[in-house]
Ligand binder design. Structure first.
Ligand code: ADP
Length: 435
């Protein structure tokens, strides 16, 4: 068989042929277009499209394809093409590295050039029939590299008898180099974006912590001052309530005073807890047990309001928590979910999940209430933020919970479920991962 196939000479030992001027100019124009796109945009798709389009103008009648390596490095994925028939496109969509012509170029990292491609025995088996039928003759495939690593391949095919000459191969190689630079720029850009995003999140966290501690100091002072007179009011009211001379009418009024004073005392207790920055008393505890206890505590009220509770407890190793404080967090979340669902007309379902993964334990609470409006999401952990009517909400439940979970070395996150309702997730380090 008269096959004029083989590797193209390397860039260094290729014969120095003087290019014919018109073609050299058009090649320069193509390269200029690719380079210009690379410097203009960080959009990889834009670069790939421009490069493939520009290269199909090498001599006309050409087929161009661009493959990039998949994440696991085993497959070449078709990311751009021009001039391919539907069948050719289909067989080229995903190519195994190391097999066929393109797969071999990616594995060896060397340019491959052929003159009678459709006859080549190394053709990728699923592509053989279509390459033969379409009588693809000339073929050149070059690796796209960056920092010594192969990232993909750039290939040109041609149905005319002219094999790709040395200048054309040089052009495809130069274009592949440009694409390699573009891919690296895009990777650096997305890495920088990710780092910036992390920095922004850390800064937000710090701001919130600072705000919490400032409010905490103020709150603890005020709470201490209010606590004493409140205790006196409550004590005196209860004494009066037991007095035999109190008329039913006055007793009823005193009852209201006692109820309101108790409510005020609860708020003051929350404030004190919120302000207290003492180290919690940590003991190993089973999260599922704590969740059960809180759900049981609330079960009567939930049943009364037709709230169905669905639990899903996966095996979860112990976490170090302060039981009392942790139950308070759970109670706040259950109470918030309960109140949120009372506002809606649909089914009332409280889903509670416990699981562990990657050295962390998780408790998720999902309700079928109205969810949290996007504009409120960044504010709900702020002290005194509440959307409840005056006199009903203190706006302290979530900020207290946030402080407790953070002190335990964990995280408390809030969001909305795509199907509606709010989702709260507590994340805590497992006992054996705590230093
Ligand atoms: P409070 O319950 O006293 O308002 P929180 O700190 O517990 O204080 O909650 C702050 C706000 O967060 C609530 O007023 C409400 O707007 C929102 N919120 C909390 N939980 C939910 C939930 N499950 N669904 C919808 N909104 C919620």
């Amino acid at each position: 068989m008269n096959r004029r196939a083989g590797r193209s000479p390397s860039r260094a030992d290729r014969p120095r042929q003087a290019p014919r001027r018109p073609r050299a100019e058009s090649h320069l124009r193509i390269l200029h277009r690719v380079a210009e796109t690379v410097s203009r945009t960080l959009d990889v798709e834009d670069v790939l499209r421009t490069a493939v389009e520009a290269l199909t103008h090498v001599t006309g009648h050409e087929i161009a394809s661009l493959h990039l390596l998949s994440g696991d490095g085993r497959t070449l994925e078709l990311r751009g093409e021009r001039g391919m028939s539907a069948r050719l496109r289909e067989v080229n969509r995903a190519l195994p590295v190391g097999e066929g012509l393109i797969g071999r170029v990616a594995a060896a990292g060397r340019t491959l050039q052929l003159a009678r491609t459709f006859e080549d025995s190394r053709l990728y088996t699923p592509a053989r029939a279509v390459v033969r039928e379409e009588r693809i003759l000339g073929f050149v495939c070059v690796p796209i590299r960056c920092r010594g690593r192969v990232l993909g391949t750039l290939s040109l095919g041609r149905k005319t008898r002219h094999r790709f000459d040395v200048h054309e191969v040089a052009l495809v190689e130069a274009a592949a180099d440009q694409i390699g630079i573009a891919l690296d720029d895009a990777r650096l850009y997305s890495e920088t974006r990710r780092q910036l995003e992390e920095l922004r999140r850390a800064q937000e966290h710090l701001l919130r912590a600072e705000r919490l501690s400032a409010v905490g100091e103020l709150a603890s002072g005020v709470a201490h001052e209010i606590n004493n007179p409140l205790t006196t009011i409550l004590g005196q009211t209860h004494l009066l309530l037991t007095h035999p001379e109190v008329t039913p009418h006055v007793r009823e009024r005193l009852g209201i005073v006692a109820d309101e004073a108790t409510r005020a005392a609860r708020i003051v207790q929350s404030l004190l807890l919120f302000a207290r920055r003492s180290t919690p008393e940590r003991r190993p505890c089973a999260l599922a047990d704590q969740v059960w206890r809180v759900l049981e505590l609330k079960s009567y009220e939930l049943r009364q309001d037709s709230v169905r509770v669905v639990t899903e407890f996966a095996p979860c190793p112990a976490v170090l928590t302060d039981d009392g404080q942790f139950r308070q967090v759970l109670l706040n979340l259950v109470q918030n979910a309960h109140q949120a669902m009372l506002r809606g007309a649909g089914e009332r379902l409280l889903g509670v999940r416990v699981w562990s993964a990657g050295g962390k334990a998780y408790v998720e609470m999902r309700d079928t209430g109205p969810g949290i409006p996007d504009e409120n999401l960044p504010k709900i952990f702020d002290p005194f933020f509440t959307t409840r009517p005056p006199g009903e909400g203190s706006g302290l439940g979530l900020s207290v919970s946030y402080g407790i979970v953070t002190d335990l070395g964990g995280r408390l996150r809030a969001g909305n479920h795509p199907e509606g309702g709010a989702v709260f997730v507590i994340e805590l380090p497992l006992e054996d991962t705590v230093a």
